[in-house]
Design a protein around this ligand. Structure first.
Ligand SMILES: [Zn+2]
Length: 224
């Protein structure tokens, strides 16, 4: 069983679980920081519409269980001009995550301290996964101290030394793997990580599936 904690299908951010020939797709919903512009109007109606476009209907509470996680959402300092807006939206996403008890898949570029600050400010308790992590072991440790998970993808191929450093230091119960927009097969990503960690692929499969199980909180019918 291979859990791909973050990938995209038809422009939608999803979690994919591959078990032999069977693929299970779990939807995530949220507003990506790149989607924002300075004039983004954070009125209730508008953001609900945005989420509705992604298949979430808030008219009945039953619909709230139709997605597995909030994602991908977060903060990106390469897009500095909208940073304030991003923070505002991210905090709203945290509120949504806490109120419907769903984990968050986080996109973060050069804003790790702001992510941690937002978690403290909102007193968030739901699990957060930092996807596409490619920063230092020290930054990783700070995120782990705040109960976050780390997902690795392209760093395994683009910066092996850094990836080895991260893999050597991460507690296995906080690790995820992903393909994101790379187009790779998730099984190859597991094989690559196992090679760098000098462990079996089976060990990674078991461990990451267990980690995924911890994210699955109140969600009962995410497979729909
Ligand atoms: Zn992505």
């Amino acid at each position: 069983m291979f859990v791909d904690i973050h990938t995209h299908i038809d422009n939608q951010s999803v979690i994919k679980i591959v078990d032999g020939d069977v693929e299970k797709i779990l939807k995530t919903v949220g507003i990506h920081p790149w989607k924002l512009d300075r004039h983004f109007d954070w009125s209730e109606a508008k953001w609900r519409n945005l989420l509705r476009l992604r298949g979430v209907d808030f008219s009945t509470s039953v619909e709230m269980t139709r997605f597995f996680a909030i994602g991908e959402v977060g903060l990106d300092k390469v897009h500095k001009e909208t940073f304030e807006k991003q923070l505002e939206v991210f905090e709203e996403m945290i509120r949504l995550s806490e109120s419907c008890r769903k984990p968050i898949i986080i996109h973060c570029v050069r804003a790790y301290s702001e992510i941690i600050a937002a978690r403290k400010k909102k007193k968030a308790v739901m699990p957060w996964v930092i996807h596409g992590f490619n920063s230092s072991v020290e930054t990783m440790r700070q995120l782990l101290r705040h109960n976050m998970y780390i997902s690795l993808g392209e760093v395994l191929y683009r910066n092996e030394n850094q990836a080895i450093d991260i893999l050597k230091n991460i507690p296995p119960d906080r690790l995820f793997l992903e393909t994101d927009v790379s187009g790779r097969d998730i099984r190859d990503v597991y094989a690559k990580a196992a090679e760098l960690m000098n462990c079996d692929i089976d060990f990674l499969c078991r461990q990451i599936f267990e980690n995924y199980g911890r994210l699955e909180t109140t969600d009962t019918d995410s497979g729909r």
